[in-house]
Design a protein around this ligand. Structure first.
Ligand code: PLP
Length: 396
């Protein structure tokens, strides 16, 4: 590492709050699926800014739209309409089949809004203040108080108790454990369609379908968090579209804006008519012209670049290569995932392997201590997968 990079890191550690154990790399620029640090070292990136950069870095069409929008109008507040937000809302509701959207600045904020909508829906029915939410163990929904309250990871939650709302945790993919917790006070069941941070666990179709039926029977709202699994990552625009179910409320972020801060929560017309109304929710920046122009262009590029078909082709190839690794190495227990959201499960912590990969110019990310997560750009090729596997093999 150069003295220059060492100095940057020292300055960062002197000024930033120590909430992250960062990799000792200062990144400078990106191009396609490659990143470069301030020393000029090149990295193959299988993390994509945590499942964000769907078309890789420095996509010219995307960058040009942002530059143009910066010169026109960056921000208006939500007291006005703006054309990029109208375009983005039309494209997002069409792609999801949901009816109404509220734009946020992040995933956590999308979850906050989704929870507020569900609580208001229940409140309008009976005026009570003791509605319960069921969330899943090992889930991840964000770090703000509301999103944290439904995040099933005690390590993240404990210091901040009591959190918001009355939340009970069921076992993911265990319908009986959900049924056990449901009562007349339950207003929502929230889960990721494919758990990301918690270890890359796809929902089982039967589980999700049974939860949907139970929600219908008891007028409970099903909230699906598609912040990581959505935007084509698993092969359909939103992961639930492959399950024969539809949520009442859905969240999106990460690849929704592909690099500009943004997110959204969406709902059916029925929920919209019976939950949040004027004055109930708001944001200064959410859906501003810059972020909305990004989202609008993202949807165009998904079509132009045929993103979903690339995921359908390269996803299974990645899965197959990971399965081969699992068969070859004793320290690997299994592999699992959907599309370009894959995990490799080790029988030991993966920190060392990830550090060695960084040294060799490969960026990976964990999901829990024993799992390496693969969430690359959705434009990744089979050759990129081969390149990644070759480096990874040397590191295991
Ligand atoms: C990343 C993530 C969030 C939180 O999004 P932020 O933009 O970091 O607030 C919520 N839910 C899931 C499933 C995520 O992967």
């Amino acid at each position: 590492m150069s003295e220059t990079m060492k100095n940057y890191i020292e300055e960062a550690e002197n000024a930033l709050l120590h909430t992250y154990n960062r990799y000792q790399i200062v990144l400078e620029k990106g191009d396609g699926v490659y990143l470069y640090d301030t020393d000029g070292k090149k990295y193959l990136d299988f993390m994509a800014g945590i499942a964000v950069f769907a078309f890789g870095y420095n996509n010219k069409a995307y960058n040009d739209v942002l530059k143009e929008q910066i010169d026109k109008l960056i921000h208006t507040s939500n007291y006005f309409y703006n054309v990029p937000a109208i375009e983005a809302a039309k494209k997002l509701t069409k792609a999801s089949g949901m009816d109404r959207v509220f734009f946020t600045n992040s995933g956590a904020e999308a979850v906050e809004g989704a929870l507020k909508a569900a609580i208001k829906y229940a409140y309008l029915k009976d005026g009570a203040h003791d509605h319960e939410i069921i969330a899943m163990e090992h889930s991840f929904h964000g770090r703000t108080m509301g999103a944290l309250s439904v995040t099933g990871n005690p390590k993240y939650r404990d210091p901040f108790e009591p959190l918001a709302g009355i939340v009970k945790f069921a076992k993911f993919n265990d319908f009986a454990s959900v049924e056990e917790l449901v009562n007349e006070k339950t207003c929502a069941i929230i889960m990721e369609t494919v758990q990301g941070e918690g270890g890359i666990y796809p929902a089982e179709a039967e589980f999700l379908q049974k939860v949907r039926t139970l929600c219908d029977k008891m007028d409970i709202l099903l909230i699906l968090d598609e912040i990581q699994s959505g935007m084509g990552r698993t092969g359909t625009m939103f992961a639930w579209q492959d399950y024969g179910v539809k949520p009442d409320i859905m969240t999106s972020a990460k690849a929704l804006t592909c690099g500009v801060p943004g997110g959204a929560f969406l709902m059916t017309e029925h929920v919209a008519q019976n939950s949040l109304c004027a004055g109930d929710h708001g944001t200064t920046y959410g859906g501003n012209p810059l972020a909305a122009a990004a989202t609008s262009k993202v949807f165009d590029l998904y079509e132009e670049l045929d993103i979903l078909n690339n995921v359908k082709e390269v996803g299974p190839y990645l899965a197959e290569k990971l399965e081969e690794l699992a068969a070859e190495f004793e320290c690997i227990e299994s592999s699992r995932g959907k599309g370009l959201m894959q995990g490799l499960v080790f029988n030991k912590p993966v920190g060392d392997i990830i550090a060695r990969a960084m040294d060799k110019g490969l960026i990976l990310i964990n999901a829990g201590t024993n799992i390496i997560r693969f969430v690359p750009a959705l434009t990744i090729t089979k050759q990129n997968v081969d390149e990644m596997i070759a480096i990874l093999k040397e590191c295991i």
